[in-house]
Design a binder for this molecule. Sequence first.
Ligand code: OOG
Ligand code: NI
Length: 297
Amino acid sequence: MNKLQLILDGLMRRYKERVPDVEKVISAMIAEGLIRRADDIENDHIAFRTMGVPHLGIQSLEKIFLHHGYIKKDYYYFAEKRLDAYWYAPPEPSLPRIFISELRVKDLPAATRDMIHNYTSEVTADPVLQLDLDDVAAVDAFLHSGLWRTPSYRDYTVLAGVSEYASWAIYNSYYLNHFTISVHNLPAGYNEIGRFNDFLEKQGLQLNDAGGKFKKSPDGLLLQSSTVAGMIEAEFAGGEKHAIAGSYVEFAERRVLPEFSHLDPAAIKRVHRREGFEAANADKIFESTYSSQTNKR
Ligand code: OOG
Ligand code: NI
């Protein structure tokens, strides 16, 4: 197996361990006859969150994936949430896209900025430059270890009051934020996001309803939904334990582009469908870890 595949497998393994909804969705899809095994799922994309501070952020994390063949694509800006993001196209169409966002720390109030720097300033050089990117075990360990000391619960809650993205990232760092199940290639009756959402809700899964239970791009071709993040038991500085938002699962329907609508459905490949992301959809999907959603769970 190639190195990139091993890195992606490592991310998925840790993610499944801490997001019980993943197993729940997969076993429901198998029981319903939509797939035979977990590997039949098409992973549309995976996502990471980063802190926009010196030596870190998108410019640091992206180097891992650029090294393994990903190509940087479009930029997205989120004014109200104070975020930047890019998406990356995989070296092969069978692999997931990657979405990496970054907190615009410089746009936060001074006290919040200082609180974040108090942790992130422990990082005095770009840690990815110090990694051998062909050493799969080293990259895997890096993606699953903290970049700074464990935060205090007090700082976590103060940060959450200003930015719930900041509080999530200060604790969870590079743990996978979500993976995304493609629904458009599933059997009829389940290959549209609205119908698939009904199926998920029947299984007792809770959906993020910010902006509606699915979000639709203005061109009508990219439809996305997501579960509300489950709570994980987090250990803060001094051993203090609290339940905080972990990661979630996303679902995406990419419709066939108008110029390919004449093709036989059996001939439709990834290249014939809507590519990229949509800022207005993403803006609401970020809220899958926000207390406005997790409080409903
Ligand atoms: C990412 C939210 C955006 C998408 O597919 O548009 C997103 C996040 O919650 O970090 O995943
Ligand atoms: Ni996503």
